[in-house]
Write a protein that binds this ligand. Structure first.
Ligand code: UTP
Length: 276
């Protein structure tokens, strides 16, 4: 059972400047809820009640969001506005939150390694909150992966098919199909050109990782863009037969890009209107 989920949230978020100048992009709201809260709700649904967050320079707003705001709560007590805080209260009552700071932005792999002290020696989920995932029909993506972990007991990456012109934006896997939507990964490559790409199966921001990854990350040199890439570290595990890729049920919105963010906003707004 996966109980801990790590949220790397230390990136610069340059595609959202100037909004992200003094605020992490994970705090950008889709309708009225910040991206990171959607992610924490997905983790909680998957059975994780220990939330570990890697923050950067502008960490305060994330910590404050998952903390009690006495003045505000007093102000709206007994009014119909209390309804707006029900979701976040539920999460705060049932989850513990821990934080550590990534002092240098040396990439996603480095951010995950920074989380070692919060995770310890057990398998854990990783959610990149700017990949917002929605499965209208059933379980959230991390729940789906957690179920799979029970069977396979190895690292799992969530994948989706992308247009060949988009492969240079993702980690791309090469693998052999084990069953419908599940691949044994033999290798993976970060942001390949169309010519280099072994497939169009792209890794998105959901992982289940095993603690061996930390030692591998420590030894992983900086790769593309001078950053320590999680894909490079996973490649070592893949060679040992310890990585599977899972084509998840649901839809992902790339809220790290303005286009994906606007699309998600429209979809989630429509959903909120239909629910009323
Ligand atoms: P991105 O590749 O989207 O980078 O990071 P970014 O810096 O956040 O955004 P842009 O490209 O400049 O607009 C993917 C995830 O990894 C985290 C980010 O917060 C995001 O959740 N990350 C990235 C870190 O925590 N630390 C890093 O050094 C890099």
């Amino acid at each position: 059972m996966i109980q801990k989920c790590l949220f790397p949230a230390a990136g610069y978020g340059t595609r959202f400047l100037p909004a992200t100048k003094a605020m992490p992009k994970e705090m950008l709201p889709i309708v009225n809820k910040p991206l990171i809260q959607y992610g924490v709700e997905e983790a909680f649904e998957a059975g994780c009640n220990q939330i570990a967050i890697i923050t950067g320079r502008n960490k305060r707003s994330i910590e404050d969001h998952f903390d009690i705001s006495y003045e505000l709560e007093q102000e709206i007590k007994g009014t119909d506005k209390e309804y707006y805080l029900e979701g976040i209260r539920k999460i705060m009552d049932r989850c513990s939150f821990s934080y550590t700071r990534q002092n240098e932005m040396k990439g996603l792999g480095h951010a995950i390694l920074t989380g070692e002290t919060l995770i310890g020696n057990e398998a854990f989920g990783v959610i990149l909150a700017d990949d917002l995932c929605l499965n209208e029909q059933g379980m959230g993506v991390l729940s789906q992966m957690s179920e799979l972990y029970k069977r396979y007991q190895c690292a799992i990456v969530a994948i989706e098919e992308v247009h060949p012109s988009q492969v240079d934006k993702y980690g791309i896997i090469q693998g052999e199909k084990l069953e419908n939507g599940i691949y044994q990964v033999s290798s993976m490559i970060e942001k390949p050109s169309i010519q280099e790409a072994p497939s169009n199966l792209a890794i998105i921001g959901r992982y289940i990782l095993i603690p061996e990854i930390f030692d591998i990350l420590r030894k992983t040199p900086a790769g593309k863009k001078g950053e320590i890439q999680i894909t490079d570290a996973l490649q070592t595990l893949a060679h040992q037969g310890k990585v599977i890729a899972y084509q998840f049920q649901g839809k992902r919105y790339d809220c790290g890009s303005v286009e994906g963010f606007v699309e998600a906003t429209n979809v989630f707004y429509q959903r909120s209107q239909n629910a009323n």
